[in-house]
Ligand binder design. Structure first.
Ligand code: ATP
Length: 652
């Protein structure tokens, strides 16, 4: 045994071909990435490292990629890290010979547990030097921690974490703790439930993976490309990998196929597969019928009811089993057990496997009418027994993405819709096709919009039917799908989904509740929540009490580094970012104080004027709240379409 100094050694970051990838090599890359905010540099560091992994130890590529995005499995398997602070503080204290009070005090001072752990290890005298950590080992142990459940699971988790910590050298400690927290905070964590193509930063790891694969292939074959040719190949590779991933968002499948077939063979090897949720296509907001007509000028389009429920992507596998996935690719099969029994009634004989895109809406079985979204949100998410279901749900299918062994994504909407109607059939009170109308004049669209509202919908979805742009674009917020929400025709065109990041204590009559709430949008690129507005009016006493009950347990001891409040005063107390609210505003304005979307429309941030609470969005997680770019876009659009055709709207 060697005696190491009180300062942990710099761990070894190089390795030989065939050897396991050292964890220190990965964390050294993380450190470089953390030290820059330049996207190109981040990409270059990561790509360089991944090339090395592919060339020396390809069998570690999958686990390396997972550690980069801080996940352990595909999103739809919901195996998450995110160990609580108190558990981690206990493990840090016990493994580094410090009391819990010391760890807590330091955490309070510096606000980053990774740093606290790093400092604690640095101070510690380690007598025995253990074998260096390797990527595959760390990944397997993290998976064990995440899977530990049942009796004394806390104790066993602390044990596992302590033994990992004891083996950490230098910066490894910091990143290990951050991984365990579920917050790597180096701008890589990829939020796959956002558009992969819209914002390059979000797909950072995918792009680097693609670039690394292209580079490694070129190195292996000894190809020498000119700079232009190389950059064209890299770009093409990135497009292929992103597009395949949005059809099959599973590194478990994409990474081995990439290694086996190369970038060019990837599309054939990995295609939409029932059982694996693809990222849904999303829509752009519009605030006037005239805007819809401008955008679709000369194109064939169709209008559909925009049902006010929860998106449900329903898969029927070849073996006849049914799986239901949410907008965020979570498995909701257990939430909707009735679909499993009902759907076979809708399937015609000529249908074996399919993937449909649909909206699940609360349904009044007696009056045979749609109920509002709030009713649906009272349904339990887990352990639902078919016999206990109180709120009945009606499915409205609006798209068919896969049929009898074939992907339909490239077909146009008209063809997909015809196939949907040929291969499935409505069942009263259970399943129907979304109401549609190929209206094309302002008057006809207005009439259909009014009808949709009367029938209990939010408005219309207007979609390209034929020609370029009529294919299904997974993961994309596309201009080929426009939403026209009745309520918003006169406002800013759409509501915003914002995270409640803080509260002000109420005064006077409101002393036992929060009197105002501070809201933020999430910027995936910097990993920060950017303050956008404060709401303090329009809440009933009952609502305030309810918000207090939900938010009080989320109170934080201090502001976290991931809260970017610009020069605003900030709230009396910060909350853990958990709760998402849908908010409407009169308009948006540039702000010298707020930080939302800063830099996207000049130097200033953007704030919401006269924000109004609409509802709690418990189907959205904080990181899929409205993006800064969407805020900036809404701000820019204000100048283009004012009330315009919206004047015709009933509510406008
Ligand atoms: P929103 O706040 O409007 O629900 P979102 O960000 O969840 O926004 P958008 O793409 O903006 O999603 O709006 C489309 C959503 O509307 C879909 O995700 C789906 O749940 C729902 N929807 C209801 N009816 C339809 C339809 N006919 N076609 C497509 N989506 C529909």
């Amino acid at each position: 045994f060697t005696k190491s100094s009180s300062k942990p050694d710099k761990a070894q970051t190089s390795w030989k071909k065939g050897e396991p990838v050292p964890y220190a090599a990965l964390t050294a890359t993380f450190s470089k990435i953390a030290a820059t905010t330049k996207r190109l540099e981040i990409s270059a560091y990561l790509t360089h490292f991944l090339v090395e992994v592919i060339e020396k130890t390809p069998e570690d590529l999958l686990k390396t990629v997972y550690l980069c995005i801080n996940r352990l499995a595909p999103e739809y398997e919901s195996l998450e890290l995110g160990i609580g602070e108190s558990l981690l503080m206990k493990a840090i204290g016990e493994s580094c010979g410090r009391t819990l009070a010391q760890v807590k005090a330091e955490y309070k001072k510096i606000g980053d547990l990774g740093e606290v752990a790093f400092n604690s290890r640095t101070r510690q005298k380690t007598l025995f030097k253990s074998k260096p950590l390797v990527v595959r080992g760390v990944f397997d142990e993290l998976k064990k921690v995440a899977k530990t459940s049942g009796k004394d699971s806390q104790g066993r988790k602390v044990g596992l974490i302590k033994s990992l910590l004891a083996k950490c050298e230098g910066e490894e400690t910091k990143f290990l703790i951050r991984s365990l927290e579920g917050k790597l905070r180096i701008g890589l964590a990829e939020k796959t439930n956002r558009s992969l193509r819209e914002n390059g930063a979000l797909a950072q790891v995918l792009v680097s993976l693609a670039h690394a694969a292209v580079t490694a292939e070129a190195n292996a074959s000894g190809k020498k490309w000119s700079r232009e040719k190389l950059s064209a190949h890299l770009e093409e590779g990135a497009e292929i990998v992103k597009s395949v991933f949005s059809e099959i968002p599973s590194y478990d499948l994409v990474v081995p196929a990439l290694l086996d077939k190369g970038v060019n063979g990837l599309q054939d090897a990995c295609q939409l597969t029932p059982g694996i949720p693809l990222k849904p296509m999303l829509a752009k907001p519009t605030k006037a019928i005239s805007e819809v007509l401008d955008r679709f000028e000369g194109k064939e389009f169709t209008c559909e009811y925009k049902y006010d429920g929860e998106r449900a992507q329903i898969h029927r596998l070849e073996d006849g089993s049914i799986r239901v996935f949410s907008r965020n690719s979570e498995d909701m099969t257990v939430k909707y057990p009735e679909f499993v029994t009902q759907l076979p009634r809708c399937i015609k004989d000529n249908t074996t496997s399919f993937v449909i895109d649909a909206e699940a809406v609360a349904w009044d079985t007696e009056e045979k009418r749609l109920l509002e979204f709030q009713k649906l949100s009272t349904r339990k998410r887990k352990d639902v027994k078919a016999e206990d279901i109180k709120v009945k749900v009606h499915l409205f299918a609006f798209d068919l993405l896969y049929l009898n062994g074939q992907s339909l994504l490239e077909k146009n909407l008209r063809e997909r819709r015809e196939l949907l109607r040929e291969h499935l059939q409505p069942v009263e009170g259970e399943f129907a096709f979304a109401q549609s109308d190929d209206a094309s004049t302002v008057e006809d669209i207005q009439t259909f919009l009014d009808r949709s509202i009367k029938d209990g919908c939010e408005g219309l979805m207007v979609k390209m039917l034929e020609g370029e742009g009529a294919s299904y674009e997974p993961s994309r917020r596309s201009i080929h799908w426009l939403k026209l929400k009745k309520d918003y025709l006169q406002g800013v065109g759409d509501s915003f989904d914002l995270v409640v990041v803080g509260g002000d204590y109420g005064k006077g009559k409101r002393t036992n509740v929060y009197g105002a709430f501070h809201l933020a949008c999430y910027d995936a690129e910097s990993g920060t929540y950017q303050l956008i507005c404060k709401i303090g009016t329009g809440f009933s006493d009952e609502a305030l009490k309810q918000h207090w009950d939900t938010l009080k347990p989320l109170e934080l001891a201090q502001k976290k580094a991931y809260y970017d409040i610009g020069t605003a005063k900030g709230p009396d107390v910060y909350f853990e970012p958990k709760v998402v609210w849908e908010v409407l505003a009169a308009d948006l304005s540039l702000s010298p104080i707020y930080s939302a979307a800063k830099g996207l429309c000049g130097d200033r941030g953007i704030s919401l004027r006269f924000p109004r609470f609409i509802r709690i969005r418990d189907d959205k997680d904080p990181e899929s709240s409205t993006e800064p770019e969407q805020i900036a876009e809404a701000y820019r659009r204000q100048g283009i379409h004012t009330a315009g055709g919206g004047k015709k709207g009933k509510g406008g």
